[in-house]
Design a protein around this ligand. Structure first.
Ligand code: TYD
Length: 140
């Protein structure tokens, strides 16, 4: 059963160099899934919010490639707000997590590595629908 405790910051390899640093990511080795798709958000206007959905089976790694933004993760029981502002940290988000992204700095770029191809059927677009799908947990 997936919950917020499965989500975590992953520190990526970093080759520091006076000419500029280099970070690399290999599927399965650095992220707990095979990477099938990469997409990125950019030119996000001030005050905009992205996300606002959950995924049934998709695993993702979210990286602030430039600038910063916040990711709010919600497993239906608790919520965490995480500020991302380093291109060598990735936020691993497991399936069955509602996420919202906001507080984008000007010029920020949000890159997402995903375990599968885009599939609208994998989304929960309504929070109520997501909550109803969250398995009942012991003590809940
Ligand atoms: P969405 O996942 O809702 O974006 P965000 O979570 O960043 O707010 O996707 C926005 C639109 O882009 C939606 O119409 C679906 C489309 N889309 C694709 O066609 N392919 C993709 O890989 C992604 C992520 C989105």
């Amino acid at each position: 059963m997936y919950s917020l405790s499965n989500c975590r910051i992953i520190e990526l390899p970093k080759i520091t160099d006076p000419r500029g640093n280099l970070t690399f990511i290999e599927g399965v080795r650095h992220v707990p899934f095979d990477i099938k798709r990469v997409y990125y958000l950019y030119d996000v206007p001030g005050g905009a919010e992205r996300g606002g959905h959950g995924h049934k089976a998709l695993h993702q790694l979210i990286i602030a490639m430039s600038g910063s933004f916040d990711v709010v993760l919600d497993d239906g029981r608790e919520k965490h707000r995480i500020h991302l502002n380093r291109s060598y940290y990735g936020l691993y988000v497991c399936p069955m997590i509602w996420r919202e992204l906001d507080n984008f700095s000007s010029g920020s770029v949000c890159m997402v590595l995903a375990s599968n191809l885009y599939d609208e059927a994998d989304y929960y677009r309504e929070y109520d629908q997501f909550i109803q799908a969250v398995p009942m947990r012991e003590g809940a």
